[in-house]
Design a protein around this ligand. Sequence first.
Ligand SMILES: C[S@@+](CC[C@H](N)C(=O)[O-])C[C@H]1O[C@@H](n2cnc3c(N)ncnc32)[C@H](O)[C@@H]1O
Length: 281
Amino acid sequence: MVVVKKQKKVQSWPKQMARNRKKRRPPTAPSIGEQKTYEKFLKQALKNKKNPKVLILGVTPELRNIALKNNCQVVSIDISQEIIKAMKTSIKYKGFKKEKVINDNWLTVPLLKNSFDLVMGDAPLTNLLSVNEVRKLLFKVRKVLKPDGFLLLRELIHLSNKKAPFKKIVSDYRKNKIKWEDFFMDLRFYTFFNKAYNPKNKLLSADKIFQEIEKKYQQGELTKKEYQRIMILESRIKNLVLFKGKFAKLLKENFSIISIKIDKEFRFSQYLPIYLLKNKK
Ligand SMILES: C[S@@+](CC[C@H](N)C(=O)[O-])C[C@H]1O[C@@H](n2cnc3c(N)ncnc32)[C@H](O)[C@@H]1O
């Protein structure tokens, strides 16, 4: 594995948070079912390709393992040196000399046009800070892909018809009607959405959400155990969140949607679908 030097910073990840990502599980990491979908779509995209070249936005170990296992040449790019270090130990196929890891910004890193058969990313776009950046990155991905190349993404979208009233989801969780991961994700992305989302810049502020969770604990509406478990995942990052229709429109500027798969194991997969997209000729 080669780590190439970094250039410019974007949203920074605190060191501790980066280190904690070693222990990450779904929803941060793709679930087993989602990994199966990634592999199925990768095979579909790379059918009949000799020595396929794959670009990964981020250093998600599950994606790198799938690409390496399928004999792809892999280039992974991440802005955070800490995350690159933290994720290194989860690579099962590190014996393969086919991976290059670049410490840089996706938006500015120079990449050769028409050079990849597939670009993959596990929720990369929600890390950007504006719709313009999403547009810029999708256009760049299209250019670095070969004309018959594919983009494969699990991405966070907002479902306008989904509701997660606080009392209802707490009660569902306590009655074991929903899993811990779904309880956390509904709280994180739906229950307090309106208090933390800025519709102008499309950014959802995690710190505002965790403040609301803190209030609920102070008011006695969450137990200490629930509160502490939620707070392990506390963060201050901002997520760019687009509504489902708007997101599909943006994708279609550069890609055709071939398949969308929503895994069944977790309910949160409804708002983290996996898209297989083909470069628009
Ligand atoms: C792509 S997502 C990967 C999350 C995925 N669910 C996981 O757990 O692997 C987050 C990663 O993107 C990186 N990142 C965010 N913005 C970036 C940018 N503009 N250029 C390169 N890397 C970026 C962050 O450092 C972080 O490691």
